[in-house]
Design a protein around this ligand. Structure first.
Ligand SMILES: [Zn+2]
Length: 70
């Protein structure tokens, strides 16, 4: 009946059209996931790729201790 009142917004994270209604609990995001992404709470976990451990050259056991010493 009052469908003319229905509004939709674009999800700030993925750009998906989100109906602005009482059922859209994560508005203006399309989902909890997109909300967490926007807050940086999700992306932080996504970047933790298994096996992609950063190497620290200062603790490299193969480095020559006499190579670059002052
Ligand atoms: Zn989204």
């Amino acid at each position: 009946m009052s469908h003319l009142h229905a509004r939709s917004v674009a999800c700030p994270t993925c750009g998906k059209s989100v109906e602005w209604s009482a059922q859209a609990r994560w508005r203006p995001f399309c989902s909890e996931r997109c909300k967490l992404i926007d807050l940086g709470q999700w992306a932080h976990e996504q970047y933790r790729v298994p096996g992609d451990t950063p190497t620290d050259p200062s603790v490299d056991p193969l480095s020559d201790p006499l190579g670059e010493r002052p």
